[in-house]
Design a protein around this ligand. Structure first.
Ligand code: AMP
Ligand code: MG
Length: 491
């Protein structure tokens, strides 16, 4: 068979690789290791079209060869990226241990995206790892990252999952798989930490200049562009975490190497959505101290950004005192920005068209009622739109009924009609989220070779604001169980 993937622009792929222009210490050239018997099990047709890719060409034997790393299409320059990171507070030199960046694809509308194969074999940064990934975690990343995208939350995307026909050895022997991940870039807080600790100020400067050019081009030419860059990263990150908080998303492993500079959610390992509202919710089995608990995410976001700001200190000013002042002022802005973003999202979720002085306590009081009575976060907010007149159908607890009266008065005091408030709520409160027990059932079936539940779940989660009868089973809270749900790092 002729290798059509070697033809220029095969399947619409249009590579133009800029990361390899950075100093060579930022990456290692590395081709994927071949796998025995690749099969596409998931393919994201809407994403492919939005990237200008030809789905028919990709959903083929050639496509399987490309998504598995067995064949390298024309124009790629495969690398593993170097980075460092604070993992649960401890600094380590890391790097892509099992992910290989094929290159940067330029879409028809001139967007530049990374196309990366996750689970594509060992690299210079694999340490003791095997460079491989198991099917369950790769499907999980596909399901949840696409669900986040459908919730309008910036996220890396998932283009395909292939099985490799090879086993991977974890606590059990599992089927191996590779995820094709699409991201605005894979530049992390940890990439800056690597530059700072291993390459010094000139390394940080080249990375900062590269990142500004790639993601914050409007800052070129501003007076202190590095300080503006810090502010812009803080702004995107504050908005991102506010969005996570608004849907009950728990990232689970907010190490600095898992925090993308351009403000996308990245690295779906032990992440999960919470059912009952509880600030202390932790799902990850390795997060025993609750460092990355739901309610701690804003604080950890700020901690990570402080590590980022430290790497920029030598660029912020020639005087170290002034640099520290600039960084502290910028970091101080984080919690203010986050709260502002969060309150504006939460206001829309409660059907409020503008902001008034009592709104913060209106939101916070609802959350404390939910916390006190272990109410389901997603379902309670979604139901509010349907019970504007009839709160008892959610709860007959006195504090909830009293809260409801206050909220109802607030709705009546705004100029917009109740009907438009209801519409606003329905388009801001998802009727479905990726619930842990549903995701687990889908993955269990997939491991036995039945992908139908996974496909159906992905379909339902792609329209999270619809009131589709198909959504009903997916709205169910998990069955009562004595064992709290646990997630494991996606290795
Ligand atoms: P994570 O917790 O998934 O963000 O990964 C932390 C680090 O471990 C990154 O440098 C990964 O590339 C690396 N890593 C994770 N799993 C593997 C694996 N199976 N083989 C090699 N490196 C891995
Ligand atoms: Mg990671």
């Amino acid at each position: 068979m002729t290798d059509r993937s070697k033809q220029k622009n095969w399947a619409g792929l249009n590579f133009n690789n800029s990361y390899v222009q950075l100093p060579s210490a930022f990456f290692s050239r590395q081709s994927p290791s071949k796998v025995r018997d690749p099969h596409i099990v998931l393919f994201n047709q809407p994403l492919a079209s939005s990237l200008g890719l030809d789905s028919n060409a990709l959903m083929s034997t050639q496509g399987e060869e490309v998504f598995s790393g067995n064949k390298i299409p024309e124009g790629t320059d495969p690398i593993a990226q170097a980075y460092a990171g604070h993992q649960f507070g401890h600094f380590n030199i890391l790097g892509d241990g099992r992910a290989i960046l094929l290159g940067e694809h330029i879409t028809p509308d001139k967007m530049r995206v990374d196309i990366q194969l996750k689970g594509a074999g060992a690299t210079a940064y694999s340490r003791r790892g095997d460079g491989r990934a198991a099917l369950g975690p790769m499907l999980r990343e596909y399901i949840i990252s696409e669900a986040m995208h459908a919730l309008n939350i910036p996220s890396t995307r998932s283009l395909a999952v292939v099985t490799t026909g090879e086993p991977v050895y974890r606590e059990r022997t599992l089927p191996g798989a590779i995820l094709t991940r699409v991201a605005a870039s894979h530049i992390r807080v940890g990439t800056f930490q690597y530059a700072s600790s291993s390459l010094g100020v000139e390394g940080v400067r080249s990375l900062a200049d590269y990142t500004i050019n790639r993601h914050f081009a409007d800052l070129e030419g501003t007076e202190n562009k590095y300080s503006a860059f810090l502010d812009a990263v803080i702004d995107r990150q504050s908005k991102l975490i506010a969005q996570w908080m608004s849907v009950g998303f728990i990232h689970g492993v907010m190490n600095t190497d898992n925090m993308s500079i351009c403000g996308e959610t990245i690295d779906y390992g032990p992440c999960a959505f919470m059912d009952n509202y509880d600030q202390a919710t932790v799902f990850s089995s390795i997060d025993q101290l609750g460092r990355y608990a739901f309610g701690n995410q804003p604080h950890m976001g700020q901690w990570n950004l402080a590590r980022f700001a430290e790497t920029l200190l030598p660029l912020l000013s020639q005087h170290s005192n002034l640099s520290i002042q600039i960084a502290e002022d910028a970091l101080h802005g984080f919690s203010i920005k986050l709260k502002r973003h969060w309150l504006s999202i939460m206001g829309r979720k409660l059907g409020l068209f503008n902001e008034q002085s009592g709104d913060l306590s209106l939101v916070e009081d609802l959350l404390s009622v939910m916390q006190n009575y272990q109410m389901d976060y997603t379902n309670t907010l979604r139901k509010l739109a349907n019970i504007v007149e009839n709160p008892e159908s959610i709860s007959n607890q006195t504090d909830f009924i009293q809260w409801h009266q206050r909220w109802h008065q607030r709705l009546q005091s705004q100029a917009e009609s109740i009907e438009s408030a209801i519409e606003l709520m329905q388009s801001n409160n998802p009727s479905v989220i990726a619930r842990n027990h549903q995701v687990e059932s889908a993955l269990a079936a997939a491991e036995q070779g039945d992908l139908s539940l996974t496909a159906e779940l992905i379909e339902v989660l792609s329209q999270p604001y619809d009131e589709n009868p198909k959504n009903k089973p997916y709205q169910a809270a998990p069955p009562a169980s004595s064992e709290p749900y646990k997630t494991f790092c996606g290795t």
